[in-house]
Design a protein around this ligand. Structure first.
Ligand code: SAM
Length: 221
């Protein structure tokens, strides 16, 4: 998987919008649903918070929400700290650098955008979902978004073409082509349903679909 360290972390914000068609919309749609679902003073766990984009989008919708920003990349979280401070949000965020498995903070909702697809389906995805569940209040919502298995034979090619339109260079396209085949662990829809069920989540509704990337909403049971 990409390491999200050093230059990779520094270039993340300018690169990701060329790699994930609809990146901005995914965050906006996730926020719109949380606004509908959550009352004031809610705490939202952001798994794989990266450079802070998820929180910057969510925080502008409700001044009273608090966030727990978790990530396994210190460099990504350091950039998030700077960006969140720049937006005047530092006091509303608790940072957790390291594995989610050691976190024990009851929260009202969780989002995990563009993270789980980096984990192989050999226990790691299940463990992450169980850790998320352990931190959620009963019935709390979870929003997940990942690269999923292609639904047509031409979907991945179309995705790469779209990335070029978004500004990805030829070299970047070659790297992404390699990564799509070797660095991601996309799930079939049925397998995702199974994993969610095993981790005690409700069945998921698809709320976002842009070629290979899908977003799902479910609840802790
Ligand atoms: C593609 S970025 C997504 C960042 C952010 N959610 C966004 O939408 O821009 C993936 C992030 O997940 C983090 N990550 C990868 N595996 C993780 C894990 N097991 N637990 C938490 N974070 C993880 C990476 O360090 C990176 O910051």
């Amino acid at each position: 998987m990409p390491h999200f360290q050093g230059d990779e972390a520094k270039r993340y914000d300018s690169n990701i919008i060329k790699l994930v068609p609809g990146y901005e919309l995914l965050h906006q749609l996730t926020a719109a649903q949380l606004v509908t679902l959550l009352p004031d003073e809610s705490t939202i766990l952001v798994i794989g918070a990266g450079t802070g984009k998820d929180i910057i989008e969510l925080a502008q919708h409700n001044d009273s929400w608090h966030f727990v920003a978790q990530d396994i990349s210190c460099d990504m979280l350091n950039i998030a700290k700077l960006q969140l401070a720049h937006h005047g949000l530092a006091s509303r965020v608790t940072f957790h650098y390291g594995a989610l498995s050691v976190l024990d903070t009851p929260v009202d909702a969780a989002i995990c955008l563009l993270v789980m697809h980096f984990l192989p389906d050999t226990g790691e995805k299940h463990a992450l979902l169980k850790s998320i569940h352990r931190n959620l209040q009963p019935k709390a919502p979870l929003f997940l978004a990942d690269l999923v298995s292609p639904e047509t034979q031409f979907e991945r090619e179309s995705q790469l073409l779209m990335c070029r339109s978004l500004g990805l260079t030829e070299v970047g396209e070659q790297r992404m082509r390699h990564n799509l085949n070797h660095e991601f662990y996309p799930l079939e829809r049925m397998r995702l349903a199974e994993l969610l069920d095993q981790a005690a989540f409700s069945s998921a509704n698809c709320y976002f679909k842009a070629l290979g990337f899908s977003g799902f909403a479910c609840r802790a049971l």
